[in-house]
Design a protein. Structure first.
Length: 476
C-alpha cells in the first residue's frame, strides 16, 4: 500500500475492445493474451514489455520539479517549505510546520474508543511481526588473531513520510513508526500533509501520539522530503539519517534526489495489485472448485481505490472466468464509493492477463513483480512456493489485501514498479545498519602480511604494503 495519488505511471496498454469505465457506459477491462506474446505478436509483445519494464521512478519533468523544490528548501529552510505548501497545498493555515507534541497527546486522548482499539491492535500486530526481525550482532574469528564483529546499530534519527491530503493514512504511520521503535531508533520524525482546508486528520495525529513520535511536520510532497533531509532550522528540527515511507510521484522523485545525502528505504511509487485466480477441478474429479468471481472483483476494486494510477490486474488461465470477474467488477463499480477514482484506475490501469497455462501465469507474475499479489488458484501452496517476486503475497480466499494493509502485522510499505524483483518490503533492518569492527593482533597480521603486500603491489599501492611492513620493522 503506497501513496494514494501520483502523476507518473507506465504508459497504458492499447485497448482491445470497447473500453469505457465511466458509470452507466459499457465496461470492459483491457486484456493481454500471453499466448499471443509467445507466438511473437508484435503488439502483444510491446504491451507485455511495457508492463514488465514499467519502473517506479517518476518521469524527468517531475524529477526536475522535485529537484528545484529541494534546492530551495536546502537554501531557505522553513520559509521554502512554507512557500511550497502555499503553492501546491499540504500546509497548515497558520503556516506552522511542526505540531506540538502536546497536541499529539491531546489527539491521542480524544480518539474514539473504537478507533483506539483498532489502532492498538494494528500496532500490536505490527510489533509482533517486527520484533523477530531485529538483526543481531555477530563475531567471527576468521583466522588466529583476526576477529571481525558485525555490530547492529540502530539509526539516531529517522524520518517517516505518511501520505495524506485528500485521504489520511494512519495505517502508514503505524507501518513506518513501529519498526523504528522495535529497531531502537533514537528519534522518529513524521512528515504528512494537511488537507485542502489546512487541517491534519485527528486520527493521524492521535496515532502519532500513541506512538510518541518526536516531531510531526505538516508538509507534503518534495518539500516534506526536503524538510526531513535538510532539517528546519527555524523550528529547531535537525536532518534525519534515513527517510522511509510511501508517497506519490513527487515524494518518490524527492527521495531519489536526496539519497546521496541521507539514506532512503526504496522509491515506492503508486500502489499496484495483482490477483492470480481461476476455478479448478476438485480432487477426485468431482467438479469445478468454487472461486467466487465477485470476491475476485472485490479485490480488484480494493486495489483501484488506492488512486487513479493504481494498476489492478487479474491473471487467469480461464477466459470464461475472466468474463465473469469483469461483469462483477462492472456491477461493483456501479454502486461503489469514490467512483471517479475507481473508474479512472480501472480504465487506465485495469487489466486481465490470459495465460495459456499456470506455468505461463507464474512466469509472467515473476517478471512483473507486483507490489501486492493475491493467490486463489489450485494447487495453492505449491503455486505460492513458485512465486518469488512480489512485495507481499496473500494466500487463499480468506486473505484479502486490505487485511495486510491494516491489521495482519505485515508491513504494507512495499516495492512497486517491478522493484519487487530485487527488493523486499519495509522491515526493521531499514532502521539500522551494521558496523564492521576488526580486531587484529600481531600474530594475526603476520599471518596475512605476505597476502596484503602481494596484492597491494599488484594494484600499485605501495603505501598500503608499507603500512603493514612498518609494523614489523624491528624484526630481526
Amino acid at each position: 500500500m503506497t501513496g494514494s495519488t501520483s502523476t507518473s505511471q507506465a504508459p497504458a496498454l492499447a485497448p482491445t475492445g470497447t473500453k469505457n469505465a465511466s458509470i452507466g457506459g459499457p465496461f470492459s477491462l483491457r486484456r493481454l493474451d500471453l499466448a499471443r506474446v509467445a507466438a511473437g505478436d508484435p503488439e502483444a509483445r510491446a504491451e507485455h514489455d511495457a508492463l514488465i519494464r514499467r519502473g517506479a521512478v517518476p518521469d524527468q519533468a517531475i524529477r526536475d520539479g522535485a529537484r528545484a523544490t529541494l534546492v530551495a528548501v536546502r537554501a531557505n529552510g522553513d520559509a521554502a517549505v512554507r512557500a511550497a505548501n502555499a503553492a501546491v497545498g499540504g500546509g497548515r493555515l497558520d503556516g506552522r510546520l511542526v505540531t506540538d507534541t502536546s497536541d499529539l497527546r491531546e489527539a491521542r486522548d480524544r480518539l474514539e474508543p473504537r478507533v483506539r482499539r483498532a489502532l492498538d491492535q494494528a500496532i500490536d500486530n505490527v510489533r509482533r511481526f517486527a520484533e523477530p526481525q531485529r538483526p543481531r550482532s555477530t563475531t567471527i574469528v576468521v583466522a588466529q588473531g583476526i576477529e571481525i564483529e558485525r555490530r547492529w546499530a540502530p539509526l539516531a534519527r529517522v524520518g517517516a513520510y505518511v501520505p495524506g491530503g485528500s485521504a489520511p493514512y494512519p495505517s502508514s504511520l503505524v507501518m513506518t513508526v513501529v519498526p523504528a521503535r522495535v529497531a531502537g531508533v533514537g528519534e522518529v520524525v513524521v512528515a504528512s500533509p494537511a488537507d485542502r482546508d489546512g487541517r491534519t486528520n485527528p486520527i493521524l495525529l492521535g496515532a502519532a501520539g500513541l506512538l510518541e513520535v518526536d516531531a510531526f511536520v505538516v508538509a507534503g510532497g518534495a518539500q516534506a522530503i526536503g524538510a526531513l533531509a535538510y532539517g528546519l532550522p527555524d523550528a529547531g528540527l535537525a536532518p534525519v539519517d534515513r527517510i522511509v515511507g510511501p508517497g506519490n510521484a513527487w515524494v518518490t522523485a524527492a527521495k531519489i534526489e536526496v539519497c546521496g545525502e541521507v539514506g532512503i528505504d526504496l522509491p515506492a511509487g503508486p500502489s499496484e495489485g495483482m490477483v492470480l485466480a481461476a476455478p479448478s477441478i476438485a480432487p477426485g474429479g468431482s467438479g469445478v472448485s468454487a472461486v467466487d468471481p465477485a470476491r475476485i472483483a472485490a479485490d480488484l476494486i480494493t486495489q483501484a481505490e488506492h488512486g487513479p494510477d493504481s494498476p489492478a490486474i487479474l491473471v487467469t488461465t480461464d477466459a470464461a472466468f475472466a468474463d465473469a470477474v469483469e461483469a462483477e467488477v462492472a456491477t461493483a463499480l456501479a454502486r461503489a464509493d469514490r467512483q471517479a477514482i475507481l473508474a479512472a484506475a480501472l480504465h487506465d490501469h485495469g487489466l486481465i492477463v490470459l495465460a495459456p497455462s499456470l506455468d505461463a501465469a507464474i512466469e509472467f507474475i515473476n517478471a512483473y513483480g507486483p507490489e501486492h499479489l493475491s493467490v486463489d488458484i489450485e494447487p495453492l501452496e505449491p503455486t505460492v512456493d513458485r512465486l518469488r517476486n512480489a512485495g507481499s503475497i496473500f494466500v487463499g480466499p480468506w486473505a484479502p489485501e486490505s487485511a495486510g494493509d491494516y491489521a495482519t502485522g505485515a508491513n504494507h510499505v512495499l516495492p512497486t514498479g517491478g522493484l519487487a524483483r530485487g527488493s523486499g518490503g519495509l522491515g526493521v533492518e531499514a532502521y539500522g545498519k551494521f558496523v564492521q569492527v576488526q580486531r587484529v593482533s600481531r600474530p594475526g597480521l603476520a599471518g596475512i602480511r605476505e597476502t596484503v603486500g602481494t596484492l597491494a603491489e599488484a594494484e600499485g599501492l605501495s603505501a598500503h604494503r608499507n603500512a603493514v611492513e612498518i609494523r614489523f620493522r624491528n624484526d630481526r
